[in-house]
Design a protein around this ligand. Structure first.
Ligand code: SF4
Ligand code: SF4
Length: 305
């Protein structure tokens, strides 16, 4: 039976598409955006996390670790080069400060969890959202999962970074999706490579090709841009985004406000903050900054939804 690595299944979400939704977060992503709001979803492997705020200092874990991998002198507590991911410490931790990140799951188990919420989907116009990480890295698994949701009458939405094989996507996933939220982060290829870890040519081409598949009045695809201070929220980037959207005959986009909560998540999985302590990265996006970004797109004829 096929399995995919799932970070979390979250019910009652109001932020990941229309209505009330259940969100299936996949683990593993082909990009490595410095500001990723779900950094624990980046690696396609199981990990261990430590939450300093939950630790009650009982030291039970220190006594049980067979590798001596837990060390109060380590800024992240866990010496990951020694840890074998046996999760003995997670089993004994009384407070949940130590936790396993990622679980392999079968299609049936995911559908069973999500389908319980169908009455909420039906009354609110909601459904299931596949998010991540990047779900499309598990293309065949997603095809099976989406088929099962369609058979059960559940509306389907995919959140994607856009880096995938278009032919396979068009054949296997596109017919099973009601909505596609497609992230367009940086239009400049060099900046995209620098901040997201890969070039953006395939992503832009995929958006262009998907846009060409849309029929008037039945647009499944929506471009989304996370507003990262001084990186994606610059006037140059937003004007270039608008030009590209118009070339693709896309008239709408969504802007996602930056928030700094990812930095704490990053620490829990033992990673240093790649953006350092720069001021705007430490605070939620200023509403004035959001208004300015919206105005730029609207001046260019793009409706911000
Ligand atoms: S997962 Fe196992 S090896 Fe790693 S810190 Fe916990 S007990 Fe030690
Ligand atoms: S077992 Fe849990 S609560 Fe106790 S010291 Fe270890 S991490 Fe902290």
């Amino acid at each position: 039976m096929k399995k995919a690595l799932i970070l979390e299944i979250k019910g009652n979400s109001l932020d990941d598409g229309p209505g009330i939704r259940s969100v299936v977060f996949f683990k593993g992503c082909p990009l490595s955006c410095e500001w990723c709001h779900n950094p624990e979803s980046k690696r396609p492997q199981v990990e261990i996390a430590f939450d300093q705020n939950e630790c009650v200092g009982c030291d039970t874990c220190l006594g049980i670790c067979p590798e001596g991998a837990l060390d109060r002198g380590n800024p992240f507590f866990i010496q990951r080069e020694r840890c074998t991911l046996c999760f003995k410490c997670v089993e004994v931790c009384p407070s949940g400060a130590l936790s396993r990140v990622g679980n392999p799951m079968e299609v049936e188990a995911i559908v069973k969890r999500v389908i319980k919420d169908k009455p909420f989907f039906d009354t609110s116009g909601g459904g299931v959202t596949l998010s991540g990480g990047e779900p499309v890295m598990a293309m065949d698994f997603c095809a099976e999962l989406l088929s099962a949701f369609k058979a059960a009458g559940v509306q389907t939405l995919l959140e994607t970074c856009g880096l995938f094989d278009f032919r396979a996507f068009e054949t296997k996933l596109y017919p099973l999706l009601d909505l596609i939220y497609f992230d367009l982060k940086l239009m400049d290829p060099a900046l995209h490579a620098r901040h997201c870890g890969t070039a953006n040519a395939v992503i832009l081409e995929n958006f262009r090709k998907l846009s060409a598949c849309q029929s008037p009045g039945n647009t499944k695809i929506l471009a989304r841009t996370p507003l990262i201070p001084d990186i994606t929220d610059t006037e140059n980037n937003l004007r270039a985004l608008a030009v590209f959207l118009k070339e693709c005959r896309a008239s709408k986009a969504q802007l996602l406000p930056y928030h700094p909560l990812w930095q704490e998540k990053n620490r829990k999985i033992g990673r240093h903050d790649p953006l350092g302590d720069s001021g705007p990265m430490k605070t939620f996006l200023d509403p004035g900054r959001m208004a300015r970004c919206k105005a730029i797109l609207q001046e260019e004829g793009i409706t911000v939804v």
